[in-house]
Design a binder for this molecule. Structure first.
Ligand code: ZN
Length: 128
């Protein structure tokens, strides 16, 4: 495991995040905070006719780990069903981030976009 390479990859996403912004007329619109670090994420997403995630965007401000995780997450979850996202756990996020082992303090940062998405999907299911 090359630690520097991993950090560079995360920094790259941090400085040039993918899918940064807000979707118009989204199916999911949720803001989630990670109080321990001060990260905030505003996630908007759309589902296609089959109920799969078709587009995700995020905005907010956070540390390198939460921002990089959100940047990769918005691409990672495309085409997934709500059930598939509900089943995603920390190992999936670690793998998405390049197989890193996160310290306890960073786990919440890395999990923030997934937790926001899960919460948003639950909200959507209730309103349907
Ligand atoms: Zn953080």
């Amino acid at each position: 495991m090359n630690g520097d390479l991993y950090r560079e990859q995360l920094l790259d996403h941090y400085h040039n995040p993918e899918n940064f912004g807000v979707l118009e007329d989204p199916d999911i619109d949720i803001t989630q905070e990670n109080a321990t670090c001060g990260d905030t994420i505003h996630l908007t997403a759309k589902l296609d006719d089959e109920g799969r995630i078709s587009k995700v965007m995020f905005e907010g401000h956070g540390c390198v780990v939460s921002t990089a995780s959100a940047s990769m997450f918005t691409t990672e979850v495309l085409g997934k069903t709500p059930a598939e996202i509900e089943a995603m756990q920390l190992p999936d996020i670690q793998q998405m981030l390049g197989g890193v082992t996160l310290s306890m303090g960073r786990v919440k940062c890395a999990m923030l976009p997934l937790e926001a998405m899960k919460k948003g999907l639950q909200k959507l299911a209730k309103s349907a």
